[in-house]
Ligand binder design. Structure first.
Ligand code: SIN
Length: 283
């Protein structure tokens, strides 16, 4: 059975709201495939006013793919496959405040995540997404040709390792610092596994350098790409309300959690989906 739904664009470069589905109800494989198609095209899809228990949240994830258990995030009590993204009123640091795409340090980076808003602050706490399709398409043909030959090295160690956690608060939040030893290389421009589009695949948080280049040489090109990728016209700012579910595609987007709500709680539940090896886009 295929449930019908509307895909309403939210931004010029990326993002769409899915209207007409009640995710508390099971949906069939055709609908799952249609949602994955909308995700691959739009980078992030948003569902408003969804009343979901953790079990229903998990059922939505399982309809779309296989669940990946994050090594470093705290989990929801009784639900080891649901990560908790929490900031309490007394805390000043938040999770995800730098531009990143999740798990790029893995050899098979996660497909994406389903982030569900359980308790959002009265104002603030938005998430900003950036389109890596738009970033790539904005480059000159000469730079696109050069990038097609390059791979970049990504790591978890400098973000989740013992020495790296930037504040005592975050040290207490993340787990398994001694397992933060992943290093992977990926093409700098990938062929998106479902949309077939070319996407820039480096990010400020987890990318260390361009393979075979010095840190200094890498920084010069990477910083240019980062500046290009975060141009406002390539981004979407998502304001949350309780019971909003957003699903993003890590191969097509970056995201950043805005930390502008000190003194208030923000509690989100995140389920991450397994991905695959990323192939280079054709030059
Ligand atoms: C994350 O980076 O996974 C968290 C995003 C958010 O809390 O908005």
């Amino acid at each position: 059975m295929t449930e019908s739904f509307e895909v309403k664009p939210l931004g010029t470069a990326l993002g769409a709201e899915i209207i007409g589905l009640d995710l508390a109800q099971p949906f069939g494989d055709n609908t799952a495939q249609a949602l994955l198609g909308a995700l691959g095209e739009n980078g992030v899809i948003v569902f408003r006013d969804q009343l979901l228990t953790p079990e229903q949240h998990r059922a939505v994830a399982q309809a779309l793919g296989r669940i990946n258990i994050n090594r470093f995030f705290p989990t929801v009590e009784g639900h080891p496959d649901i990560a908790e993204v929490r900031k309490e009123p007394g805390q000043t640091s938040n999770i995800g405040s730098e531009w990143h795409t999740d798990h790029s340090y893995d050899t098979e980076p996660a497909l994406g995540s389903l982030l569900y808003a359980r308790d959002v602050p009265p104002t603030g706490g938005d998430t900003i997404f950036a389109s890596m399709y738009a970033a790539y398409e904005s480059l000159s043909d000469g730079l696109k040709a050069a990038l097609a030959t390059l791979r970049a090295v990504h790591s978890s160690a400098h973000v989740f390792g013992e020495a790296a956690l930037s504040s005592d608060e975050l040290k207490g939040v993340f787990a398994n610092a001694d397992s933060a030893n992943q290093f992977s290389t990926h093409p700098m421009v990938i062929h998106h596994p479902t949309s077939g589009r070319s996407a820039l695949y480096v990010n400020p948080e987890f990318t260390l350098r361009i393979e075979g280049w010095s840190d200094e040489e890498s920084a010069a090109l990477l910083n240019y790409l980062y500046q290009q990728a975060t141009k406002p016209e390539f981004t979407l700012r998502l304001g949350w309300a309780n019971n909003t579910l957003a699903i993003w595609d890590n191969r097509a987007t970056w995201h950043l959690a805005v930390n502008d709500y000190h003194g208030h709680r923000r509690l989100m539940h995140r389920i991450t989906l397994e991905g695959c090896v990323l192939e280079a886009a054709a030059a």
